[in-house]
Ligand binder design. Structure first.
Ligand SMILES: [Zn+2]
Ligand SMILES: [Zn+2]
Length: 94
């Protein structure tokens, strides 16, 4: 549990319903309905807030950071404005 407390990743709390979601994917669909795609699975979400939002999910922070480093350097796709962030998704059982 210590690792969780030390994790600096901000928790993404905003979504549009009162339910607790069981998977990060359904949470993100609820939180960002404009997202053009949601890939992967896991509670770490790399969100690109560029022309069209997109979400990539990872079970741990490491690969999410690696992917962010890549799209920070090379752009995430069409209309990239460089607004990329890593958040954690609050799920049932927290
Ligand atoms: Zn919801
Ligand atoms: Zn981008």
């Amino acid at each position: 549990m210590t690792l969780v407390l030390l994790d600096p990743t901000p928790i993404y709390k905003r979504h549009r319903c009162e339910r607790q979601h069981r998977t990060a994917r359904t949470f993100m669909k609820c939180a960002i309905p404009r997202a053009v795609w949601i890939q992967g699975e896991g509670e770490y979400a790399l969100i690109a807030w560029c022309r069209v939002p997109s979400v990539m999910l990872y079970p741990t922070r490491g690969p999410a950071e690696a992917a962010k480093g890549q799209i920070d350097q090379s752009a995430c796709g069409h209309g990239c404005t460089g607004k990329h962030e890593i958040v954690r998704v609050p799920l049932v059982g927290w």
